[in-house]
Design a binder for this molecule. Structure first.
Ligand code: SF4
Length: 328
């Protein structure tokens, strides 16, 4: 496999085909760091097209680290509403405060220091180093993994293990344009080497790709299986308002407002006569019975919300789904 000109081929493709994304706008160093930080937090577990309007709105309301660090949690969450994974928004604010207090408002260039910041792990630290600091890192996201799986036709569990994929990453080599190079590889994965039907006619890697040679594009992924969990949501209405609580109990949607709920067994769910709904979360499928109550005690951290006003509140989409399932 001829590898020496891989970076040139990929960067040439990128220069002619890259998307215009709001966080890629040519800006000052400070803005480049801030834009990278915000976009990388938003892009964790979320697709580019979903992130774009949220990013633009967020930057309008919090144009720099200072404005973000000073803002109330309430305002930040309101701007994050609908994007999900709300802990990212809280961590982003904590990171902004820490950067101002301990790093003179700059993103550190040391990977360990970056990883010490809230919400920044292995992948995000590498993305920041490559994209904001032009350091020679290639962050491994699903897009990069898919290209490697096809280029080397990796199928077995051993072949597609993280360890082996990290070894195979040397295929890409490095470029002095590290920032563009990392984004270019991810962009080819997102736009060309698509999961079901890759657009090989537009790909600069056809001569290096085993999948293309053998016309075998089937991707082997590790068995990802969303757990099914069963819940009973207790719905109590009083004078057009519904009782909600701040979630201290479950590890998902922590501290956000939910209907009082308990986890139940599959059997209880199956035999319940109450209305049932399904909610797909990114890491589990929730099956919920809606149990209308005539009486309920108001506890600490509870509040009454009017259904017609739910858009004014910061509610996880999951709580809104339950609201929407209620006819009165
Ligand atoms: S040639 Fe086709 S399968 Fe191979 S990396 Fe390019 S788009 Fe993917």
């Amino acid at each position: 496999m001829q590898k020496s000109n891989i970076p040139n081929k990929i960067l040439k493709w990128y220069d002619n085909n890259k998307r215009t994304l709001p966080w890629r706008k040519k800006t000052s160093t400070k803005n480049r760091e801030y834009f990278t930080l915000v976009s990388e937090f938003m892009l964790q577990q979320t697709q580019v097209k979903t992130v774009i309007p949220y990013f633009e709105n967020f930057i309008k309301n919090f144009p720099d680290l200072k404005s973000l660090a000073k803002s109330s949690d309430q305002k930040i969450l309101k701007n994050w509403e609908g994007l999900g994974y709300y802990s990212r928004a809280r961590n982003l604010k904590k990171t902004a405060i820490k950067l101002i207090e301990e790093f003179k408002g700059q993103l550190p260039k040391d990977i360990e220091k970056l990883k010490s910041l809230p919400g920044i792990g292995e992948y995000t630290s590498r993305s920041i180093l490559a994209i904001a600091h032009n350091e020679p890192y290639i962050p491994m996201d699903g897009n990069v993994e898919r290209i490697l799986k096809r280029v080397f036709l990796l199928k077995t569990n051993n072949e597609i293990s993280k360890e082996n994929l990290n070894k195979k990453k040397s295929f890409f080599g490095f470029s002095k344009r590290s920032s563009d190079y990392a984004q270019a590889i991810m962009e080819i994965g997102a736009l060309i080497c698509k999961p079901s039907i890759p657009l090989c006619n537009h790909c600069p890697l056809t001569k290096n790709c085993k999948a293309f040679n053998r016309k075998d594009f089937l991707i082997k992924s590790k068995n990802k299986f969303n757990k099914i969990k069963y819940f009973e949501a207790n719905v109590y209405r009083y004078k057009n308002k519904y009782l909600l609580i701040k979630n201290k109990k479950f590890n998902f949607l922590k501290n956000l407002v939910i209907f009082p709920m308990t986890e139940i067994t599959q059997k209880t769910f199956k035999y319940s006569v109450h209305k049932k709904i399904n909610v797909k979360m990114s890491n589990m499928n929730m099956k919920i019975i809606i149990n209308r109550k005539n009486k309920m005690k108001r506890k600490k951290d509870s509040l009454f919300l009017d259904k017609s006003n739910i858009n004014k509140y910061i509610l996880p989409s999951f709580t809104k789904k339950i609201f929407n399932s209620l006819s009165h």
